[in-house]
Design a protein around this ligand. Structure first.
Ligand code: KG4
Ligand code: ZN
Length: 410
């Protein structure tokens, strides 16, 4: 307890409150310096897109190797951009999970060594909580009030989850209480929805690959969809029937308890569609033409797509986004959420932002997204999520290790 109090006093006295965040859960090596959970001083990201592009997806072994190569230069860049030195940092925060085991271990090993060498506290952060805090960073001035329930959709390449998030802020009651932010903030989460198979971002990536587009697929589909008719191919999202009615089966889904997403069906429907309309040769022509370019961009794919392909892309995107939108707002209504937040890589999607914003305004619900840069994986969100833990003195145990399947909330 004495050690914890020292840190609070230190922060309050120095006006510091600088947290160095480190994120290596998937294919971005990222480090950032954030002051008091809200002011981003630097946000460095080394993308591995070029490494994984030839494979059309993340290769875990290559990801770990790249993290090892990049971690030190990325941390140095983050400190340099922040105008800070190691001694200015008050704590080091690192992603504990979920993610790829080998990739997580690189960040955790580095953060532990740094914390030990510098004698600074280490804070373990759940990657999903990081994504939620990416929105709170952008939303800071008029973000959720203490006690308000936010309905959070975390939608990325690895996740499609719905949470009820609540800021349980309480004023510090005595001198010994944590006081770095003037109050003790703690977030609680309740998981009320999830995908039963693929994540939405994974569906974007797999469909882009199927159509001979670049990796990761989300930005390609986002850029091409406005050129097609979103109502041309009416995909239907069938009800999730699997195991719903098997009583006593621990894996059974209980539709009264949770909202379920499923994106493997639309992927199969897309495959079937390309077969029925014999699109294979044109897909191969497009793939080869893009592979011949130095650094292909979605704009390069546009002249390589016929009307049927563009209509298919637009219809796919509309179906996925409308399914996310319907289920998110249905859950917001059911749980009386007072605001909606959407985060994760797919939250960068323009059509998603437009359609979610329109529905929120019809329902008079405030809605918030992270900036585009903070939608995809970054370390600023990890440092931001670590701040309430720093204030509360919740530090990582010495034995901290990677938790590839770490869940968030209850
Ligand atoms: O959050 P993120 O960087 O990593 C995970 O935690 O998974 O999300 C990456 C995912 C990829 O599937 C990528 O295709 C998708 O986010 N994504 C998008 C867009 N930008 C990235 N999906 C749709 N539209 C976008 N503009
Ligand atoms: Zn992520």
């Amino acid at each position: 307890m004495a050690r914890i109090t020292f840190y609070y006093r230190d922060v309050a006295a120095s006006g510091g409150g600088l947290i160095l965040g480190i994120e290596t859960s998937c294919d971005e090596t990222a480090a950032a310096v954030v002051r008091r959970g809200s002011e981003i001083l630097s946000n460095a990201v080394a993308s591995q897109i070029a490494v994984h592009t030839p494979y059309g997806g993340v290769v875990p072994e290559l990801a770990s190797r790249e993290h090892l190569r990049n971690i030190l230069p990325v941390v140095r860049t983050a400190l340099e951009q922040a105008g800070a030195t190691y001694s200015d940092i008050d704590a080091i925060a690192v992603t504990e999970g979920p993610g790829l085991a080998g990739a997580l271990l690189v960040g955790i090993g580095f953060a532990k060594a740094l914390a030990l060498a510098l004698g600074k506290p280490l804070i373990a952060v759940n990657h999903l909580e990081g994504h939620i805090h990416a929105v709170l960073l952008a939303d800071a001035p008029d973000g959720p009030l203490p006690g308000q329930q936010s309905l959070a959709l975390v939608v990325s390449g690895g996740h499609t989850h719905l949470y009820l998030a609540e800021n349980r802020t309480a004023a510090a009651s005595n001198d010994e209480a944590p006081s770095a932010g003037g109050a003790s903030t703690a977030w609680t989460y309740r998981n009320i929805g999830r995908t039963v198979d693929d994540a939405a971002g994974e569906a974007f990536d797999k469909v882009a690959k199927l159509l001979g587009l670049g990796y990761p697929g989300g930005p390609w589909i986002d850029a091409l969809a406005p050129h097609g008719n979103p109502e041309a191919v009416p995909f239907s999202f069938s009800q999730i029937k699997a195991k719903v009615h098997r009583r006593g089966d621990p894996r059974a889904l209980d539709p009264t308890e949770e909202t379920y997403f499923s994106f493997s069906g639309i992927k199969t429907a897309m495959l079937r569609y390309t077969k029925v309309y014999e699109m294979g040769p044109s897909v191969e022509t497009r793939r080869a033409a893009l592979a011949a370019l130095d650094n292909p961009k979605p704009a390069d794919a546009l002249p390589l797509c016929d009307k049927r392909t563009l209509d298919l892309i637009a219809s796919f995107q509309r179906s996925v986004i409308d399914d996310l939108r319907r289920k998110t707002f249905r859950a917001a209504e059911r749980y009386n959420a007072e605001r909606v937040i959407v985060s994760g890589g797919v939250a960068a999607n323009r059509e998603l932002r437009v359609r979610f914003t329109a529905e929120a305004s019809e329902r008079h619900l405030p809605i918030a997204f992270p900036s585009i840069a903070l939608s995809t994986d970054n370390a600023a969100m990890i440092a931001a999520a670590a701040w309430p833990k720093f204030v509360a003195g919740t530090f990582a145990a010495e034995g901290l290790t990677a938790e590839p399947s770490l869940a968030l909330g209850r």
